[in-house]
Ligand binder design. Sequence first.
Ligand SMILES: Nc1ncnc2c1ncn2[C@@H]1O[C@H](COP(=O)(O)OP(=O)(O)OP(=O)(O)O)[C@@H](O)[C@H]1O
Length: 699
Amino acid sequence: MDPMFLPYTPVNGVPQESKLATYMKRSNDVSSTLLSKNLSSLSINDSITSSLKKVVSGTNEFVPRSSPSVAAVYSSTSPLTVNSVQTNPSPTPTVPTYQEYVGGTTYFYSAPSTVAVATGSGGVENSVSTAASSSGSGVPVSVAGCSGTLLDEDARLAGGGIVSSSVGSDVVNSGVVGAPGTLTGVTMYPGTPAHVKAALVHLSPSSSTAVTSSPHRSSPGALSSSSTGNSSSTVAATPANDPSLSYYIANQLRLEVQHKNNLTLAQPDPESCPDLPLEVDNYHELVPLEVAPSLPKQHSIPYTTSTYKATHIKTGLRYCLRRVHGFRLPNSKCMILVDMWKKLSHSNIVQLREVFTTKSFGDQSIVFVYDYHPDSETLLSRHFSTADTINGYTDSFSSNPNAPRPYSHSKNSLLRQQHSNGMLSETTIWSYVIQLTGALAVVHAAGLACRSLDPSKVLHTGRLRLRISSPAVQDVVLFDCSVSNPLTLIPHYQQEDLTALGKLVLALACRSLIAVQRDNLQTSLDLMSRTYSSDLRNLVIYLLSNKQVRSVVELMPMIGARYYSQLDTVQYHNDILHSELAKEMENGRLCRLMVKLATINERPEFNMDPAWSETGDRYMLKLFRDHVFHQVTEDGRPYLDMAHVVHSLNKLDAGTNEKVCLMSRDEQSVLVVTYAELKHCLQQSFAELVASAGMSKIH
Ligand SMILES: Nc1ncnc2c1ncn2[C@@H]1O[C@H](COP(=O)(O)OP(=O)(O)OP(=O)(O)O)[C@@H](O)[C@H]1O
């Protein structure tokens, strides 16, 4: 049986079942001197008035607003003026009370008898206005630990005020929600604001009943009243501000990220790749990133290569491993270049992490480890048709590149491929040019050369983002041992890079790999001029000319003002991502808060104390949890309002001085507490758990 519903046994005037008794026991420890000192300095009116001003003036917040209740009811009398005895001379007073937790002390105040029972749908405002008009009624009748503290069956029957009451089988409004004009510093959940209700009624008449219901604390009484049998949840939708739009990452971006996460987390399938080793050096969980080609591929290096996603054993991070089969490192001179590549970092280059040789694959292989970019695609597969995927930089016309061929054949093939692949926009091509020249500029400035700037070695990693992949492979695999200094050939390779870039741009403009074959160059340039600007043509001509020493820096003036539009696009996208990130950062913060609440609330046992989560500070947190998550409508259906949840958790996280009324599940007691105190309770309780778990800190 839930201890909440134990038979009534007054302890210091507080019903046992309210659990506030346990809370008060802690407060009893406070010395009487300290108590009287606290009491003399206590001025509820002041604090409430100030919080009232704050709330009324500053906010047109959605939920929850400060409710009237406590201060409105008890505003006109000194908190120390005990006159409840006048209203109820019984030794066990019959007026309802509320309690307030101030600086570690719980104060109990009587509700005015004139407030009486606020029943039905009108009860909310009735109770408030009545309470506000009853001067001299809101007085503390006792202090925690003092005898004569009130809250009993009679008081419950008397109802009203803050204390939610249940008379017979009637569901009685708790009278906690008030007219905005009578707001105090105490927060009670007021339900959906009037303007939203009106909007909802206007937009969807069928939902009006749902949103007009006042939310109530979950309570047995309330639940029993849902005899209509309608158990559906009520969702307080806010059409003007759809929560899914306002609280969470945009859908398209979410799908993108989710897809990338799925790929990142993909696990190896031992059946499809039985030969893959379980571990290679510091990496495991190898997943091939390319299907085995049916025909042997033409490579720019005379070795077979394979690409895998792998997980680092120690860090759990994912990497891309490029394995060159059957390669034996002739000497370690080329490692100078590897070290230079490892130090080079650019947003358009796939970062090289390390290079090692291994026999784990059953042969002598060399493995290049790169950053893993999920869902990336080579430009070859993205922009060139499958029929065209033989390496276009060799001759696809015949096995003999020197064999003569008719001009019309080449041109027709080009036109056919351009037509079937479709044209890329000039903006896209310039975007590619800007990114690739940016990468080349950094590589060349570092004294290196890419040596692999062809469509199969440029990755498209989403949203027009390019990265040059597989750096350093050629430097190692094609290393000429006869050269004493590996850096001497770099200027030559840099010139080759520029030629490769020219070919790539031309191929993209013609959407054909055969466009870059020597015999087709003129035709391709003509075709290109038909659609694209002369600037782009001049850029290609400059890159393909070999009469001069070219430099990537000289491409800048050709790109010109297009840099600005590229920069604008990138920054605009960055702004969007930032705002999405801000949303998710807030969600992460709330998630951490909820994790803390969940680890504390209803914890079955802690340090051999089964009641740990049910008493003291933790009890307040439990009531707060109910206040945030377990609101119900008048007829007992769940009342779901994301805004209320978010708002309440934010206040908890901020530890505001605003007060909130927390009601026990049996609706017999109400605890008035500030968010600051709740936050303190949360921190204390969680710190106890962390310490007990033997951990230093959890964020
Ligand atoms: N760093 C990386 N992160 C994620 N995926 C990658 C990475 N590098 C390559 N890939 C993916 O792995 C697959 C194979 O890449 P690879 O470079 O081997 O292309 P390829 O066309 O097969 O080249 P090659 O002709 O050299 O075999 C491609 O789909 C590519 O998108």
